[in-house]
Design a protein around this ligand. Structure first.
Ligand SMILES: Nc1nc2c(c(=O)[nH]1)N[C@H]1C(S)=C(S)[C@@H](COP(=O)(O)OP(=O)(O)OC[C@H]3O[C@@H](n4cnc5c(N)ncnc54)[C@H](O)[C@@H]3O)O[C@H]1N2
Ligand code: MOO
Ligand SMILES: [Mg+2]
Length: 395
């Protein structure tokens, strides 16, 4: 058995690059950018009116003119026009190209318009209400850099520079295997000694949140079958995630099968609760990373967030946020294990506080309906006081 910090470090020391791929712009949402995104033209690409009103040449104002003959209308989406006389004006709409030899825009609220003439009711400043060509970013400027997680805001930028396809980091191919004779499908009615399998669906849903579409396989507790299935899955998956069959029971075949298949055991068992019998290893030949989580529902769920998510982020070269929360009540950890306690957080005076969830151990899956994270408590003789900051793993 190894300490939590040691296990965590070993997991993070064993990441690898999954490569890059081109995806359609909308598919890139939430993915990690793998290329520089450059401005393909000046932003904005022309001097653009920022108000609906008239475009004038300020020379006329300096000359004492406050009444302008309207030559026409410049709408957004029409080519640049030209004032034929600098004492005239063009009506102009937000987003339209400022006419040649106009240099200022006056909004309708500062004008009266009558019979083809605009009269200024509030004198403008020279150059006002124009968004100048290239003033946001000049052509060729780097707008987004590799490593950035693509947000809806970034999609706006990608679309503006014409990136209908985007180069992103590839996500790992993940297969989730659940094991257990007692488990039946969600739509089935369990016999009194059976339960519905829930861990694999919960893992699949959590992976879905990361953009990963995991394959699901369920196996009964038969060693030969487990061995065959794992061998096959390792050929095609980057990650094999198992739930159950990893402890000391007569039917917990997973650790011996993995070792028989030549998977290098990095560690088995961590001084933590829940999730103690966690088995982590690598199959060098197929380049598969194996996260074999203990079957108790809270153990599988906790270890996915404690280990797999930081591992994934590191593999994708994205910073994993180190979060902390304020304890809303005192708590102890007089054990010799790192404890992960289920919490529900709430905002108070601008900081995130955590309430402990009443639960009945790592087999109590009903508590999973209420938590939104775990706090991490290292062993300590004294108390963790109310108001203390402790590490928080968001779920
Ligand atoms: N002698 C010992 N016994 C146990 C130890 C130990 O150290 N010595 N560790 C305990 C701890 S801690 C855990 S956690 C569990 C881990 O068990 P396994 O990984 O071997 O998992 P199973 O035996 O297959 O199942 C345990 C439990 O979880 C339920 N389960 C399993 N898979 C699913 C699923 N997909 N959906 C829902 N529920 C699932 C299963 O029915 C069992 O109730 O071992 C302790 N024992
Ligand atoms: O570690 Mo087990 O995961 O406590 O139930
Ligand atoms: Mg077991």
């Amino acid at each position: 058995m190894i300490l939590f910090q040691e296990a965590y470090k070993k997991v993070l020391d064993n990441t690898f690059d999954f490569g890059d791929e081109q995806v359609a712009i909308l598919e890139s949402m939430g993915r990690v950018l793998a290329e520089n995104i450059l401005a393909d033209r000046d932003f904005p690409p022309f001097d653009r009116a920022t108000k609906d009103g008239i475009a004038i040449n300020y020379f006329a104002i300096e000359d004492g003119c406050t009444r302008f003959k309207i030559e026409g209308v410049a709408a957004a989406g029409t080519p640049q026009q030209r004032l034929s006389n600098v004492n005239n004006c063009l009506e102009i709409m937000t987003g339209a190209v400022v006419p040649e030899n106009a240099d200022s825009v006056i909004m309708y609220e500062h004008l009266t318009i009558q019979e083809g003439w605009a009269t200024v009711t509030k004198l403008p400043n020279k150059g006002q209400d124009i968004h100048y060509q290239g003033s946001d970013s000049p052509k060729g400027a780097v707008l987004l850099e590799p490593g950035k997680q693509i947000s809806a805001g970034a999609i706006n930028v990608l679309a503006s520079v014409g990136k209908s396809e985007v180069l992103v980091k590839k996500l790992p191919k993940v297969t989730v295997i659940s094991t257990g004779n007692e488990l039946v499908e969600v739509h089935e009615r369990p016999l009194p000694h059976q339960i519905r399998k829930s861990n694999s669906l919960s893992l699949k849903a959590a992976l879905q949140k990361q953009g990963i579409n995991a394959a699901l396989i369920h196996l009964t507790d038969e060693k030969e079958m487990i061995s065959k299935a794992i061998r096959k899955v390792m050929e095609t998956s980057d990650v094999l995630m198992l739930s159950g069959g990893v402890s000391k029971g007569k039917f917990d075949f997973v650790p011996e099968v993995l070792e028989e298949l030549g998977v290098e055991k990095v560690f088995h068992r961590v001084a933590q609760r829940p999730g103690k019998p966690f088995w982590f290893g690598l199959h060098q030949e197929s380049r598969t990373t194996i996260f074999s989580f203990p079957g108790n529902p809270v153990s599988t769920f906790a270890n996915y967030h404690i280990y797999f998510l930081p591992w994934l982020y590191k593999a994708l070269r994205v910073d994993y946020p180190e979060r902390k929360v304020v304890l809303a009540e005192p708590i102890q950890n007089k054990t010799d294990l790192t404890l992960f306690k289920q919490v529900r957080t709430f905002w108070k005076n601008g900081s995130l506080h955590a309430h402990l969830i009443v639960e009945n151990g790592s087999g109590d899956l009903t508590s999973l309906a209420n938590l939104n994270g775990f706090i991490r408590l290292e062993p300590r003789d004294g108390i963790y006081d109310k108001g203390e900051l402790v590490p928080f793993i968001k779920t």
